[in-house]
Ligand binder design. Structure first.
Ligand SMILES: Cc1cc2nc3c(=O)[nH]c(=O)nc-3n(C[C@H](O)[C@H](O)[C@H](O)COP(=O)(O)OP(=O)(O)OC[C@H]3O[C@@H](n4cnc5c(N)ncnc54)[C@H](O)[C@@H]3O)c2cc1C
Length: 553
């Protein structure tokens, strides 16, 4: 599949040859931020990865070389491409300009392929330069935020020790997200690569209890706190103290460790986010009939749409517009839940319609276990000095807390996503490095976003999006990975669907449309030089540029 429609340079008579000016404007190449990168919390250079893969041959590279280069570029900011290629809800795709044609580029599937390629080829993360620093840094929490911070510090040559309360690293990637979404060999391999850079990992060590924040500050020149939000929030209804009422995070934690959790055959899950859907699908895999209760409608559910779809196709029943009011116990165990029907009212602080109870609409549902997965919060034991009252940890843009030398990021500052935790771990590492090296910290800035009207959709060949296959419901075992990857050929075709919004892709359109031969081709990758002295300001190049790279100034 060719990247663009075939175009031949038209023979256009130079109407204004000889110097007649059409306008005082002159073309200028101005790089813009593509919406995919602009909406990726980690600012992944998606366009560059795609164009590199799509145009491998033109750059004189094999597909393998192009993929290796893409992996190296991707892992500069994200040591978890194979993880994120599976669990990231990919806000990049929502903003992809190709959506207005035949659907967004399958960016997340391409990321997964690049990540899996790196694992299959045993590619190693590398240090930024040969520098070796002596200042020791402590990282608390081996979730994506802590491990990202540790990685960025280790590649800058710092000795890093990660303190983790659980027996194994990974945070919610291991103890929250189930194996059918994220195989543990993928997670283990991507973590091992970070440890291979020389990062020391101390598991089963609960900072704040086994070693205090004060001791860490004394022994280490900087401390990054990435303790996440591990504590499930209570329903605050009578009867929830029964032993068969679990929080979503506790239930998933036990199930993900492979330990037995007695839930019986009728489980009620309460909530509408990822934790609730994961808890419901894991309960289903343990053999229970599962009802999920959500107080708004499907349109407001915060969980990823494909996960909701997956739960429904596996037989999870969802009761929308309903909320619990009481858990009824018999002999000290929960046996039923009383709920009330809701209707949607005026928007609340989150902008979503407020669920309002309908008086007299209570109903009861039998249960052998109830899982409250409405939200979670950090356990600040030992870190109380970093937050006040109901607030979580507050930081500046670079992750610095108000305590000298202490940084934070990830879910302990606000519930977020894996990609947000990774980016915040990276920002903090960059800030720690700048402080320890005495160099100024510059807030990263990006060029403005390219606006959609600058993209000439019709110029691009029609090319349908490749969707990932799913293992049929009947063939799913508890640990079978459901979502499959794309093939290399499909990945290359997806990369070719990238429209390179806001950046030259050497399509030659400007060169072809210029009747005065202002555009001088440069070696591949360097694009063009414009001989402004020949230009008469006709604007055809800017009007024809399909990706919005040329401005008339
Ligand atoms: C069930 C579930 C499913 C999710 N699904 C997705 C998804 O599909 N996609 C997505 O992008 N996001 C998802 N998320 C959100 C995502 O997992 C989090 O945003 C992310 O893991 C936050 O990373 P973190 O490093 O800040 O915290 P965590 O991942 O929570 O890691 C914190 C780590 O710190 C450790 N720790 C805590 N206290 C201490 C202490 N005192 N001393 C030492 N160690 C400590 C914990 O044991 C843990 O390992 C999901 C969350 C849950 C709960």
């Amino acid at each position: 599949m060719a990247l663009f429609k075939d175009v031949k340079k038209p023979v256009i008579k130079a109407a204004s040859a000889g110097g007649a000016q059409i306008s005082p404007f002159r073309p200028r190449y101005i790089e813009k931020t593509a919406p995919c990168a602009g909406h990726c919390p980690n600012g992944t250079e998606i366009r560059e990865l795609m164009v590199g893969i799509a145009q491998a041959e033109a750059f004189g590279r094999t597909s393998e070389q192009a993929l290796e280069l893409a992996w190296k570029r991707l892992t500069e900011r994200n040591p978890f491409p194979a993880v994120c290629g599976r669990v990231c809800p990919h806000p990049c795709e929502e903003s992809c300009n190709r959506s207005a044609k035949e659907g967004p580029v399958a960016i997340n599937a391409v990321e997964r392929f690049i990540g899996d390629f790196g694992l299959a080829k045993n590619l190693k993360l590398s240090k930024l330069n040969g520098a070796t620093q002596t200042e020791k840094v402590a990282v608390v929490g081996a979730g994506p935020a802590g491990l990202s911070c540790a990685y960025q510090l280790a590649r800058r040559g710092y000795p890093v020790t990660v303190f983790e309360g659980f027996p194994q690293p990974g945070g919610m990637l291991r103890y929250g997200i189930p194996k059918y979404r994220l195989p543990r060999e993928v997670l283990d391999a991507e973590i091992q690569r970070i440890l291979d850079l020389g990062v020391e990992l101390k598991c089963d060590c609960m900072a704040g209890r086994d070693i205090s924040l004060g001791e860490l500050r004394q022994e280490y020149r900087a401390v990054f706190v990435g303790i996440g939000a591990q504590k499930g929030i209570k329903l605050r209804v009578p009867g929830e103290d029964a032993p068969n009422v679990f929080s979503g995070t506790d239930f998933l934690n036990v199930a993900n460790r492979g330990e037995t959790v007695e839930i019986g055959n009728k489980v009620i899950v309460i909530g509408g986010g990822d934790t609730a859907i994961d808890a419901a699908r894991v309960s289903k895999r343990l053999g229970a009939e599962v009802t999920l209760l959500y107080r708004r409608t499907r349109a407001e559910m915060p969980a990823v749409a494909s996960e909701i779809e997956g739960a429904l196709e596996e037989g999870v029943k969802i009761e929308f517009l309903a909320a619990p009011v009481e858990i009824i116990q018999e002999n000290g165990r929960a046996v039923r839940m009383r709920s009330i029907r809701m209707q949607l009212g005026e928007p609340d602080k989150s902008g979503r319609p407020r669920p309002v109870p309908i008086p007299g609409s209570e109903f009861e549902t039998e249960a052998t276990a109830i899982i409250a997965a409405i939200s979670q919060e950090p356990d600040f034991l030992g870190f109380d000095s970093l937050h006040s009252g109901k607030d979580w940890i507050k930081t500046d843009d670079f992750g610095a807390t108000t305590t000298e030398g202490v940084y934070a990021g990830g879910d302990d500052t606000e519930l977020g996503l894996v990609t947000i935790a990774i980016s915040q771990g990276r920002f903090a590492a960059e800030a720690i490095d700048a402080r320890l090296r005495g160099i100024p910290l510059v807030k990263p800035s990006s060029p403005p976003l390219v606006s959609q009207d600058k993209i000439k959709l019709d110029w691009y060949k029609t090319a349908l999006r490749h969707e990932r296959a799913h293992v049929p419901v009947a063939e799913r075992t508890p640990d079978t990975e459901i979502e499959q990857g794309l093939t290399e050929a499909e990945v290359i075709e997806e990369a070719k669907r990238c429209m390179s919004c806001g950046m030259c892709m050497d399509c030659e359109t400007c060169w072809m449309y210029c009747s005065l031969n202002c555009f001088v081709k440069l070696p591949k990758g360097e694009h063009y030089r414009v001989k402004l002295e020949l230009c008469n300001g006709c604007k055809k190049c800017a009007e024809a540029c399909p990706c919005g790279y040329i401005e008339m100034i």
